[in-house]
Design a protein around this ligand. Structure first.
Ligand SMILES: C[S@@+](CC[C@H](N)C(=O)[O-])C[C@H]1O[C@@H](n2cnc3c(N)ncnc32)[C@H](O)[C@@H]1O
Length: 405
């Protein structure tokens, strides 16, 4: 940081632009780096819960005429980038730092990062977003560098409504989420403090609400491994087959769910997804096969560890032992396919980081090296979640049942 860092020092100019165009932002908000070196919004002073932090009018939202067309959003961003100082949003785009981070869509397909996922999800899906852009928006044509930049801004910063200045300076944290959103009548957005915010506390948004997106999705779209709570999902051929044979198969992981004749009235417990799934709260607390109900708080509020432990105990009491053992088998098989262990990954990660930093000290940013570090960091977090799920499956007591699932 420091006054010569344009990623920080240009913030007051952005505030002037925003407020002179009808926006409002609380003066106790500033921009800084967190303990991982990620730029984002921080409270410079205490802010009481309920405070309107940001009021972005509809007239400042960057959006095309046809707001339902995602390609039109990217094209519109591209037009503004191209217009440079002629664009009303020039000051806003000038503060953008999306080129400073990497997402899997940017990985070179002939380089190591691809194989460093070791087949774990999102393997095979890493370039899904850029492929969508190329095939859907560009009719298969190679996009220009400026179009790729517009696409990346859209991918990593846009809300449903479009790009919302100031709002998109908030980082993601589902454990420490301290804001909520409210659409305003003029097509704009209000960001409101959900809790009291302490001085120097980051101001967080969510990119993965109510369990709709997993930590796999967050990584594939934004390129980072989210902090706890994490939601990990995976599948295998056996699960695919079960789901194919019976689309309601995953509902019967829970005791108490019964089909009532033709209807499914007695489906008390709704699985968050048909996949194998683990919700990780800490290095030793996790819920196997969470329900929609259990994950509904993600991105919408905070829950203490005591409350989580209590809810997870109750949750595991309605899980069938046969579902848990199916997950155990899947993890065991998965670990057998993985070429490196957790311990090895920790050492590989340290040496890859060292190699990357050595090059960086010479003033060169090697993106391929950075992508490898990103991939190894991610697979390590995934394996730790799988190992924890295995431990919980072995130690916990679940509802014994006679029916095989
Ligand atoms: C909407 S922007 C958030 C603000 C951005 N950091 C900035 O300074 O302009 C989204 C990007 O911020 C970064 N980011 C957000 N939350 C993060 C987190 N919890 N950990 C690491 N990077 C994060 C990622 O690069 C992501 O693509």
């Amino acid at each position: 940081s420091g006054s010569d860092d344009p990623l920080i020092s240009k913030y007051p100019g952005l505030v002037s632009w925003f407020t002179s165009n009808g926006g409002k932002i609380d003066p106790r908000i500033t921009i800084g780096y967190d303990d991982k070196g990620i730029r984002g919004m921080i409270a410079s002073d205490g802010i009481p819960g309920g405070t309107v932090l940001i009021d972005c009018p509809g007239s400042l939202v960057v959006k095309p005429e046809d707001t339902g067309n995602q390609c039109a959003h990217v094209e519109n961003i591209h037009d503004h980038l191209k217009a440079g100082e002629q664009s009303k949003w020039h000051t806003y785009f000038d503060f953008d730092d999306s080129l400073g981070s990497r997402v899997p869509s940017e990985w070179r397909t002939d380089r190591r990062a691809m194989t460093e996922l070791q087949g774990l999800p999102p393997s095979g899906q890493t370039h899904r977003h850029i492929e969508w852009f190329r095939s859907h928006c560009k009719a298969g044509q190679e996009p220009s560098d400026l179009e790729i930049r517009a696409f990346k801004i859209f991918l990593t910063r846009a809300a449903d409504m479009g790009l919302i200045p100031m709002y998109d300076l908030m980082n993601h944290h589902n454990g420490k989420i301290n804001t909520r959103l409210q659409k305003s009548d003029d097509g704009g957005l209000l960001v409101i403090a959900l809790t009291d915010i302490a001085p120097n506390e980051p101001i967080y948004n969510t990119y993965a609400r109510s369990g709709w997106e997993s930590s796999v999705d967050v990584f594939n779209t934004y390129g980072f491994v989210e902090d706890y709570p994490q939601l990990w999902q995976w599948g295998d051929a056996e699960l695919d087959e079960k789901n194919e044979n019976d689309p309601l198969h995953h509902f019967f992981r829970y005791i108490g769910n019964k089909l009532n004749g033709e209807s499914s009235d007695l489906m008390t417990y709704q699985p968050n997804s048909p996949k194998y799934e683990v919700l990780v709260l800490s290095p030793d607390i996790a819920a196997l096969f969470p329900t929609k109900d259990l994950v509904s708080i993600l991105g919408n509020g905070q829950r203490s560890m005591e409350e989580w432990i209590d809810l997870i105990d109750k949750h595991h009491r309605v899980l069938r032992a046969s579902a848990v053992s199916a997950m155990q088998d899947s993890i065991k098989n998965l670990f057998e396919t993985l070429p490196t262990t957790i311990e090895e990954d920790k050492m590989i990660l340290a040496s890859e980081k060292y190699a990357m930093e050595k090059v960086a000290r010479k003033g060169r940013n090697d993106t391929n090296k950075a992508d490898v570090v990103q991939a190894v960091e991610y697979r390590l977090a995934f394996k730790e979640a799988l190992k924890l799920a295995m431990d919980i499956a072995q130690k916990g007591t679940f509802e014994e049942d006679s029916d095989e699932l």
